[in-house]
Design a protein around this ligand. Structure first.
Ligand code: ADP
Ligand code: GN1
Ligand code: MG
Length: 365
């Protein structure tokens, strides 16, 4: 849902963080937070208002972001990596020394230093870009593998609990609050028939095959900044959902967002297929970045993970369409339905290619 923000508010909030803005404008293509680019004479910043409909405990969320960014920075510095300021998000504190500001309306805001000379791409087009982006997410996981601070908060409880996602979807189909089920009966029935697949990764976790780790949980390709000159993946962004999870979630969302031949919200999903070279590059890059931090099962089940998380996303998008578009920001009517259709088409395409993709993954272990 798009929220109304008084025109001068971003500028005013930037001043609260001790900045002297010369301009403030909306920025980026995220679906969740309100993001602004703040220009100052000294340097640019990113200002964000945390979406409190999605993140109901923004203070806990900011605790996580502070802990994670400081841990990653310390690890990069210990590894002697150069250009650390462009490889990890840097929070700007208020003059009182806090990582966020709560405005009089109870909205929580934060500021990051803007990482210049690098761009997030809604669509990544070459396998080289895909390899680099996936490597960055794998490396991010590896950097957090030795995190030994307080347990991170679950910023969205049961975020990737696919059993609950299935149940929530079934419930909205049942109640049909805005009368849209009749128009999506075929898609809804297909999704309702896939309960078994939805629960498959969680069963492996319950059996102890897949361990809990700290994961990013929203690794779509637009959440990594690629250097405009070298193409190198510089920085993983959008840390709001970094929390305990399964490592495979992070490969899976890369696969979902990158190993497909059409955009997430394409109005026509009929020609959608798996982009096999992109899948291969994502798998190779992710495993290279994560290195020895993963168990064999976490390296082998990449295709299953891609199917399950794409299915989850289909439940979420179609569920939001049926609920009246209350969660994801949309720019046109029917966008969540289109998004759901591409996800369903991608699960089917992954099923068609499953044998060949699994054989490829086996060559990487
Ligand atoms: P959302 O949760 O709404 O997706 P993000 O945190 O992903 O919000 O931010 C939206 C976009 O803003 C990102 O995709 C990225 O392009 C840009 N962005 C976020 N933080 C920075 C930063 N520190 N420097 C440069 N660009 C950034
Ligand atoms: C949202 O914040 P953004 O736009 O990167 C969503 C993800 C979905 C994604 C689908 C907190 O990601 O879970 O996979 O849209 N984030 C949240 O595009 O729900
Ligand atoms: Mg984002």
């Amino acid at each position: 849902m798009t929220r109304i923000v008084p025109k001068d508010l971003p500028t005013h909030i930037a001043e609260v963080f001790g900045l002297a803005p010369v301009s403030a404008r909306t920025y980026g293509g995220g679906h969740i937070n309100d993001t602004y680019l703040i220009e100052t004479h000294a340097r640019p910043y990113i200002l964000q208002r945390i979406n409190d409909a999605v993140f109901t405990r923004p203070v806990e969320l900011m605790e996580n972001v502070g802990l994670v960014t400081r841990h990653v920075r310390a690890r990069l510095e210990a590894d002697g990596v150069d250009d650390v300021d462009r490889r990890v998000l840097t929070l700007v504190q208020t003059p009182e020394g806090t990582d966020f500001h709560s405005d009089p309306y109870g909205q929580v805001w934060r500021v990051f230093e803007f990482i210049g000379g690098a761009t997030s791409h809604e669509v990544i087009t070459t396998p080289v870009q895909a390899y680099k982006a996936a490597q960055a997410f794998g490396h991010f996981q590896r950097l957090l593998a030795d995190y030994d601070g307080p347990r991170l908060h679950e910023t969205i409880p049961r975020f990737h609990d696919t059993v609950k996602r299935y149940a929530d979807f079934a419930a909205v189909v049942e109640t049909d609050p805005v009368g849209r089920v009749a128009g999506v009966r075929e898609e809804a029935d297909w999704l309702l028939a896939h309960e078994e697949l939805a629960g498959s990764m969680l069963r492996l976790a319950a059996e102890g095959v897949l361990p809990e780790r700290i994961t990013h949980n929203d690794t779509k390709l637009s959440n990594v900044l690629l250097d405009d000159v070298t193409g190198e993946a510089m920085c993983v962004v959008d840390l709001d959902t970094v929390m305990p999870g399964l490592s495979l979630y992070d490969f899976a969302d890369l696969c979902r967002s990158g190993a497909t031949t059409v955009a997430e919200d394409a109005p026509d999903a009929s020609g959608l297929d798996v982009d096999v070279p992109m899948f291969q590059a994502l798998a190779e890059g992710y495993l290279a970045g994560a290195g020895s931090s993963l168990l064999p099962a976490e390296r082998e089940l990449l295709v299953l993970a891609g199917k399950v998380m794409t299915l989850e996303q289909a439940y979420r998008f179609l569920g939001d369409h049926l609920a009246g578009d209350t969660y994801y920001q949309i720019s046109r009517p029917g966008q969540n339905l289109d998004r759901a259709r591409t996800q369903i088409a991608l699960v089917k395409a992954l099923q068609r290619h499953e044998g060949a993709l699994n054989s490829y993954v086996a060559t990487l272990s």
